[in-house]
Design a protein around this ligand. Structure first.
Ligand code: BG6
Ligand code: MG
Length: 216
């Protein structure tokens, strides 16, 4: 096998490294139903990778009702409180299969390891998982002006890692996240279903299938 042509791998967090995507789903579902919006897996797919207020706006638009900025903030806060309860007991046991091994493979190959998450809870989740120091650089919501699908978050990660975007591989479970990686000019490895992540260069079912020799 020839060595990988990439110099850095930039991972998404929620739904790639750990199954917090499911906790976001549960928290959004409760909020959506409270405002009379039917919420299923298809609706949730549109929210993956989208920041908190953007996700809320999509749900509230579907409700057909008008909400004041104050009401919106209160709803976002309620969702976040519920989400934070759900992640309260997380630990290293919540790493998805193959996640730790994937981080180690990237480092062993001499590449930089980055993380790009639009979540304001990213550092809390990383701490609970015990993997904060396994990344050379983490970009979270506080370090960007525009969320996914804008390329800013992946470009910022590449710049901080000192690697050209064309030499980066991005890993994402969200349609918006894959779009962000492609807009940044990187190779996009999707985690999930090929029929959903149609813009990805390649799709695997999970990081237990992560193989640096394959992505060129
Ligand atoms: C993304 C998730 O990583 O973070 C979204 O895919 C979530 O589902 C977003 O809405 C924002 O997270 P938070 O923790 O800032 O509300
Ligand atoms: Mg994700």
């Amino acid at each position: 096998m020839r060595p990988s042509r990439f110099k850095a791998v930039i991972f998404d967090l929620d739904g790639v490294i750990t199954d917090t995507a499911h906790y976001h789903f549960l928290a959004w579902k409760r909020l959506a139903e409270a405002v009379g919006v039917h919420f299923d897996c298809a609706f949730n797919e549109q929210l993956k990778g989208i920041d908190r207020m953007g996700s809320l706006d999509l749900i509230l638009t579907s409700s057909g009702r008008a909400f004041t900025p104050t009401q919106k903030l209160a709803l976002a806060e309620a969702k976040n409180l519920h989400y934070r309860q759900l992640i309260e007991t997380m630990s290293a046991n919540n790493l998805l299969p193959g996640a730790m091994e994937a981080l180690m493979k990237v480092r062993a190959a001499g590449m930089k390891v980055g993380l790009a998450s639009v979540s304001k809870n990213a550092f809390t989740v990383l701490e609970r998982l015990g993997i904060t120091s396994d990344f050379d650089y983490v970009v979270d919501a506080s370090r960007i002006a525009r969320g996914k699908p804008d390329p800013e978050i992946f470009l910022k990660a590449a710049a901080e890692l000192g690697v050209a975007p064309a030499d980066c591989l991005g890993v994402e479970d969200a349609v918006a996240g894959v779009a962000s990686i492609k807009a940044a000019g990187m190779y996009a490895l999707g985690v999930g279903l090929p029929e959903v992540l149609t813009q990805a260069d390649l799709v695997i079912s999970g990081l237990d299938r992560f193989d640096l020799n394959v992505y060129q």
